[in-house]
Structures are given as C-alpha cells and as structure tokens.
Design a protein around this ligand. Structure first.
Ligand code: ZN
Length: 293
C-alpha cells in the first residue's frame, strides 16, 4: 500500500529580521539564511540529518553562498548536500575534513539518538524517520574554499561581513549583517564558552576576540545554540567572565573524550555551573594550560 503519510519538515524556518531566516531542527544548531536581491548566503549546515538543501530551496532559488563558521561537526556535516563552494577559514579546513570522516559520522549517528539540547539540558533522538545511516556515514565535506579574511559578501541590499573570531577554534569566524547591525558569532562567542578542545586557542586570544566584537558597530548578537537575540551589552558580561577566569576555583567539567585536559567550568562571579538559564550567566570551560590572561 502506498505510504501517504505527509513528509515531515525536519528543518523549520522563521523570519528573524528583514532578509534573515533562522533555520532550526532537532540537531540543536541554528542556521541562518541571508537573502539579498542577487544572492543568498547560508551560515553553517549543521549535521545534515534531514534534507537541508530542499529546506533552503523552498525559501529561495537565488545563487547560494555557503559559509562554515568553523570546522565542528554540528556546523559542517550537512555540507555534502550542496554542490556550491563552501567557504571556511583556512585554519579550520583540516578540522572540518576530520569531522566529516566516516569514523566521525559513525560517532555522530550513535550520539544523535540521544543528542543533548543545549538550552533544556535534555536528550532526544535527533534522526528523522527516513534517515539512512549507510548513506550518511559515507558522505564527504563538500567543496571547501578558503574564506578571505575581512571579506564582505555583497548580496544586493544585504552586506555580510566576515570577522575572524579565534578562541573556540583557530579558524572561527562570525558574520555581521551590516544593515541590521547584527553579529552571528556561532560558537566563537557564547554564554557557555568551550575553550578546552585540542583545536581551541588560549584565553588571551578569546579576550581579544571579545574586544574585537565589542568594537563593532552592532546592536544585537544572535547565537547558534540558544534562541534569544541578545543586545550588544551582553558582551560586557562575557568580558567580565573572561577577566575572572581562575582555573583553581573552577568546577570540574565532565568532557567525555577530553578528560585528559581536566577542563573546569569557570563561571562569572555570582553564578554557579547550574545557572545556565539565569539572565547574566556566563562561563568559560577551560583547561589549566590555556588559562593565560
Ligand atoms: Zn564548535
């Protein structure tokens, strides 16, 4: 008998600003689609468990520019669905390739069945019903192209400027939508900063990244793992948190395969590790070696 059940819309799009859509899914990473008069730009491709390309093409048929904010699997593993060039900072190209390997994809699929929602702290199965593991694990990383530093993409009525924001990874970038004064830093600037990964830089570099973001003529910060649109002022909280980092006073952080680094969560003064939902919360998860001020 023919299966007439309606195909599920795995990716959901909502209009965030004029010319900007936010795309969400069970994958837990927000993607952003910027629509100019002549071109469209997609920031990140998440895990690519569902048909992302189809979801994008339902919104626009304009020529598409794709940018990876950095090389981590939850931002780049949907790259394979696209024939277009995918821009990524040179320093994260190898990271992106390794996170797209078959071995990495096998781990992703295992983890996807109990994927953590960063906002709620709950786990869920993120795989769509028609997901094929065999197909997914053998996909590549897309046509990676080196992202020019300090570049601005002119989409026609929408200007998207690239800013190098190292810290979380060496090649992390954020995008600034100039017409709206909005910065999209992906994982480079976050209330809960991961600075303990092998590919992370040190605290001093992250502090420079915060100072750089603070020097931009922007009004809003839009995150990739939490839904609120924050005022620029939130950077002051993050800067204060970075100033206060003291590894010896941090709480141990269970980081699974990164236990060797013994990372600790260093929260902003007045907050504890369980206060992630409280306004003003900021924390940096870091290991001892990267704690230079
Ligand atoms: Zn990341």
């Amino acid at each position: 008998m023919e299966n007439k059940t309606k195909k599920e819309n795995y990716y959901k799009a909502e209009k965030l600003f004029d010319r900007v859509y936010r795309i969400s899914s069970l994958e837990g990473t927000f993607l952003f689609l910027f629509l100019g008069d002549r071109k469209a730009l997609l920031l990140d491709t998440a895990y690519g468990f569902g048909n992302l390309k189809e979801a994008i093409r339902k919104i626009t048929d304009l020529p598409l520019i794709i940018v990876n904010s950095h090389g981590h699997l939850d931002h780049v593993c949907g790259n394979f669905q696209f024939d277009e060039d995918i821009y990524i900072h040179a320093s994260d190209i190898e990271l992106c390739k390794s996170h797209n390997s078959t071995e990495s994809r096998q781990k992703i699929v295992m983890g996807a069945q109990r994927l953590m929602n960063f906002s709620s702290g709950k786990t869920r199965n993120a795989l769509p019903k028609d997901f094929s593991e065999d197909h997914y694990i053998h996909q590549g990383y897309g046509n990676l192209v080196q992202l020019p530093a300090d570049h601005a993409f002119e989409l026609g009525g929408a200007t998207i400027a690239v800013h190098e924001l190292p810290g979380h990874t060496k090649g992390s970038v954020g995008l600034e939508y100039r017409e709206e004064g909005a910065l999209f830093p992906a994982d480079a600037i976050n209330p809960l900063m991961f600075l303990f990964l092998p590919e992370s830089t040190d605290l001093a570099t992250y502090k420079k990244t915060l100072a750089k973001a603070n020097s931009l003529d922007i009004n809003h910060i839009v995150f990739s793992h939490s839904p609120e649109i924050a005022p620029k002022l939130i950077l002051e909280d993050f800067i204060e948190c970075a100033e206060q980092v003291d590894y010896d006073r941090g709480m141990p952080f269970d980081a699974k395969e990164f236990r060797e680094f013994a990372p600790r969560i260093c929260t902003r003064s007045g907050f504890g590790p369980n206060d992630t939902m409280k306004p003003g919360f900021a924390a940096i998860i870091i290991d001892r070696l990267r704690c230079n001020h």
